[in-house]
Design a protein around this ligand. Structure first.
Ligand code: BDR
Ligand code: CA
Length: 346
């Protein structure tokens, strides 16, 4: 992809790794972030809104509109994941209350407005449940044709789930919205298929204390040198304010993954999705018809790719199947490190 700048719209349930995705986009010269939709998911929608506004303020970029999304999924009652992302969504990080406000219009309208403002140009990224996107598609069925590209972090393809044995979190929270999104896309007549990055791909992106140390170094910051033997919740001592927040957020995420038996590391699903949205060559894909199980008593929220054509349907997704995590992390560290360094000197 060329170095030209593209309008980007981000739909998030911030969320530790959503925050990392936001930082990556702000740090990327080819992304012009034109709007943020806040989706209920990892925490309730008001906490997500607050996290998004507070992160933008921390990053010195307050002109980007943030919109509030639906407080609940389309059909299911909301479930949240404070055990994974901390009581308010950013792990142990505590940001000052934001002084900026939300847009008057809601997140679904924000999707539609952004697409109309940038017809054929907008890159959409969804790293939370797809509630707002499904509502936007109801309001504007031409949305798939108006977007340049859509990247979804969601699902698990031929791979175990992280919320049920077979379902991934974003799809599991609002399976109806995911099913509706895939279905509307199939009927939209657009040539470009949504890029779907499931756990089978994103769990290759393992953030570690050593990678965080490299990030701090790239920012010209001191770092906390985290270790599994640290007292839980030990506060970051990093000299850079953004690195401090990311370290405090990541520590909670490390502890959660450790408790799950995955090691003192964390899967950073959402920043990988953001990176792929700006450079699709980071990943290898296979196309397939995809659908979401809505009725299974044990399998609700499961994403199914019909690789062998049993359903006789056309492919409606490009599914990420291979990534080199080292290339992604080198880029993440270079960009977010330089961005954090510049913040310190501004
Ligand atoms: C997804 O679920 C959320 O907890 C993360 O932010 C990510 O978007 C991974 O299943
Ligand atoms: Ca997320």
């Amino acid at each position: 992809m060329s170095g030209a700048s593209h309008p980007v719209f981000l739909d998030v349930d911030t969320g530790v790794d959503d925050a990392m995705a936001l930082a990556y986009l702000l740090a990327s010269p080819e992304a012009d972030l034109v709007g943020i939709a806040s989706t209920a998911g990892n925490v309730g929608v008001d906490d997500v809104c607050r996290n998004n506004l507070a992160l933008l303020e921390l990053c010195g970029t307050t002109g980007i509109p943030v919109s509030r999304g639906s407080a609940t999924p389309l059909v299911a009652p909301l479930r949240t994941a404070e055990d994974t992302h901390g009581p308010r969504g950013l792990g142990y990080a505590r940001l000052p209350e934001p002084t900026t406000t939300l847009t008057d219009h809601d997140a679904a309208q924000a999707w539609v407005r952004a697409a109309h403002d940038h017809p054929g140009e907008l890159i959409g990224i969804a790293t939370g449940p797809l509630t707002n996107l499904a509502l936007a598609l109801r309001a504007e069925p031409a949305l798939p044709r108006l977007l340049k590209r859509l990247v979804i972090m969601g699902g698990a393809f031929d791979y175990r789930g992280n919320t049920t044995p077979v379902a991934e979190w974003n799809v599991s929270v609002d399976p109806e919205s995911a099913a509706e999104t895939f279905s509307v896309w199939s009927r939209s007549g657009t040539e470009h298929l949504p890029i779907v990055l499931g756990l089978n791909l994103t769990e290759h992106a393992e953030m570690t204390p050593e990678l965080l140390r490299r990030l701090a170094e790239a920012a010209g910051s001191t770092s906390t040198q985290m270790s599994v033997s640290d007292v839980r919740g030990t506060a970051s001592t990093a000299s850079n304010p953004l690195i401090r927040v990311l370290e405090d957020a990541m520590r909670f995420y490390f502890e959660f993954h450790h408790d799950q038996g995955e090691g003192y590391l964390a899967h950073v699903h959402d920043p990988l999705a953001a990176a792929v949205a700006l450079d699709t060559t980071l990943v290898r894909y296979r196309s397939a018809p995809v659908d979401v199980e809505l009725t299974g008593t044990l399998t609700r929220g499961m994403t199914i790719a019909d690789w062998s054509g049993h359903w006789g349907r056309e492919p409606n997704a490009l599914i990420g199947v291979e990534v080199d995590p080292a290339v992604f992390f080198d880029r993440f560290i270079a960009r977010v490190g330089a961005f954090a360094a510049a913040l310190d000197h501004s």
